[in-house]
Design a protein around this ligand. Structure first.
Ligand SMILES: *Cc1c(COP(=O)(O)O)cnc(C)c1O
Length: 358
């Protein structure tokens, strides 16, 4: 069986967790602080605020830049549900844009049209889907022109960069996830990054019941604190991130050089992409057939995502527009193949042989 995902955990993580357990300081403390500093510094941001998940990090990022009830937030119609749920948790109203078929990311050219039409939009939440960075040069230029905030969902893009600058450092705030299938993990966990002092301050308050001085609560907050146990794993994982990303990129290159199948469109090799997923498009409505074939060959795969966000059942009552022709096409074509750093040469060959034989 070639597995779809496999967290790369070893003796370092075990030892680090044991050290935390032995210390008796297992909740949020100095290890979390160290992880926040090292992760922020690795990305090139001033501040890191660790949270319980990527989802809570997104919610806190939005609230910390000042998004609240009734505010409109522009986002992509094609992502994991958390990107939009976070907007709803903040009491804000999502407005969706279609994607570009080549990048699977929000169509940045449509952002300006939308902002020009609707001056009540307060922010843009972009997602660097599958590890491919959005065109942040264009997005930030338009955002500045119209005075809207930018939040980056980097849950799938740890270490990815656009024009040499790491994602998570372009917008007003960014959110990362450390779920086990992501490019690095803490079990469950997340992080808000920002280089704005006031945003960092608000985020730190929000994740800890609005408390700076013990039992003095300045605002109504939450308990979204990361534990020292999780942060200890995160510190080890951060050290391996570059190497793991290099392996993902190398695997992607190998697939692209060796997969020859005219019924498929392969992802592009672009600078700064960290291949959280290697997502192909299966043309001529042959995806179901390919899935059965991969099942037979015991090769893992996944479909991210079978539905657009606005058409999800949970949003029935919201009556979102659902006219996103590229998403409607792509959702029926996408198939993600194993790309994680622990794949062996034999695994890669098995995947290539199956794809070419299909
Ligand atoms: C995983 C993911 C999240 C949520 O992260 P969790 O840690 O699972 O809460 C948000 N956005 C995207 C794009 C993701 O892939």
């Amino acid at each position: 069986m070639v597995r779809m995902a496999c967290p790369n955990l070893g003796e370092e993580e075990k030892l680090a967790v044991c050290n935390v357990l032995d210390s008796g300081m297992i909740a949020s403390g100095s290890v979390v602080k160290k992880f926040e500093e090292e992760f922020a510094s690795y990305c090139g941001a001033e501040y890191g605020i660790a949270t319980t998940s990527g989802t809570t990090a997104l919610e806190i990022a939005l609230k910390s830049v000042g998004i609240g009830p009734g505010d409109k937030v522009l986002t992509t119609a094609f992502s994991f549900i958390a990107s939009t749920n976070a907007i709803i948790y903040a009491g804000a109203v999502p407005e969706f844009l279609d994607i570009k078929k080549e990048t699977f990311n929000i169509n940045e050219e449509e952002i300006e049209t939308k902002l020009a039409q609707d001056s009540s939009i307060k922010a843009i939440l972009v997602v660097h889907l599958y590890g491919r960075p959005c065109n942040m040069e264009s997005i930030m230029r338009v955002a500045h022109k119209y005075g809207v905030k930018v939040i980056e969902d980097c849950a799938q893009a740890h270490g990815a960069s656009f024009m040499g600058k790491k994602v998570g450092t372009f917008g007003d705030a960014a959110a990362f996830s450390f779920y086990p299938t992501k490019n690095m993990t803490t079990g469950e966990g997340g992080m808000v990054l920002t280089s704005k002092e006031e945003v960092a301050e608000k985020a730190s308050l929000l994740i800890n019941h609005g408390m700076k001085v013990r039992y003095h609560h300045e605002i109504i907050g939450y308990n979204y604190r990361m534990t020292n146990i999780a942060a200890a794993i995160g510190l080890c994982q951060l050290k391996k991130l570059e190497d793991n990303n290099r392996k993902r990129i190398r695997n992607a290159q190998y697939y692209i050089e060796n997969m020859i199948n005219t019924k498929l469109i392969l992802p592009e090799l672009v600078e700064g992409h960290v291949y959280h997923q290697f997502t192909i498009r299966v043309l001529e409505r042959k995806r179901e057939e390919l899935c059965s074939y991969l099942d037979e060959k015991q090769i893992g795969y996944s479909i991210f995502y079978p539905l657009s966000i606005p058409e999800q059942k949970c949003y029935e009552g919201y009556h979102f527009l659902n006219e996103y022709p590229n998403v409607d096409e792509i959702k029926q074509e996408v198939l993600s193949l194993p790309i994680h750093p622990l794949l062996t040469g034999q695994d890669l060959k098995e995947v290539i042989n199956a794809i070419n034989a299909f």
